[in-house]
Design a protein around this ligand. Structure first.
Ligand SMILES: [Zn+2]
Length: 230
């Protein structure tokens, strides 16, 4: 698979200089409730939690263009403990508990193209979109591939142009992305490359939020649908 051969994508960053007017309630030492969105964050420093609220606000603006939003309270736990996460993961989302667990920035592996802080923010964006998708589906099931497409596409869309370009440049020349390339083999072998491919596909004029809506409605199926064992 040509796409995989030079694949080494890092989760992207966006650097938004200022989010004005984000009043945030902070209590105790390690807990922050974001004021504009239903998000409760614990762990990390207060500055990091405030920044995380800004990240959620930004990705929420981007996702709203595709009619995705947080409908339930999202709990975010920032931890230095890798043992809380699946192997190889920097973040995870559990739909049953509406809980995102993020590895603290200082514990992230040093990415070549972006900073640890940027990677942390990108992971938060990604997992927040997963939560929005879960809220929208409300128990309906679509393929894992479709969920990852939406999470990566909106994560990358939320990045600053310059940082996204760093990621794209690290991959070399991009082939024309077709729906057939967005398959489980690519997701398994090179999830970050799958993410960039998803974004490139999302940005094609005929796709965008319309394609996202088709994925969420089930009108378009990416990969194999999840089949209940019973
Ligand atoms: Zn994901």
């Amino acid at each position: 698979m040509k796409l995989v051969s030079n694949a080494y994508w890092y989760l992207p960053v966006f650097v938004i200089a200022a989010f004005a007017g984000l009043a945030v309630q902070t209590n105790a030492v390690s807990h922050t409730v974001c004021s504009r969105h239903p998000v409760s964050i614990d762990g990390g420093t207060e500055d990091l939690r405030l920044r995380a609220c800004e990240v959620v606000a930004h990705v929420s603006e981007v996702a709203a263009s595709c009619d995705l939003r947080l409908k339930k309270t999202l709990y975010v736990h920032i931890s230095p403990d890798r043992a809380l996460l699946p192997p190889g993961c920097s973040g995870t989302y559990d739909c049953l508990s509406s809980l995102v667990i993020l590895l603290a920035p200082e514990k992230l592996e040093d990415p070549a193209a972006i900073s640890r802080a940027a990677m942390f923010e990108a992971v938060l964006m990604h997992e927040t979109v997963h939560a929005m998708v879960s809220d929208e589906l409300d128990g309906r099931v679509i393929s894992r591939l479709a969920e990852e497409y939406v999470a990566y596409a909106l994560q990358l869309e939320s990045m600053s142009q310059s940082d996204r370009q760093k990621i794209l440049n690290s991959q070399g020349a991009a082939p024309k992305i077709t729906q057939e390339l967005l398959n489980f083999d690519l997701l398994r072998a090179a999830p970050d490359l799958f993410g960039s491919a998803a974004w490139l596909h999302f940005k094609q004029p005929q796709n965008g939020c319309r394609f996202v809506a088709d994925l969420l409605s089930g009108d378009v199926v990416l990969g194999r649908p999840v089949v209940n064992s019973d």
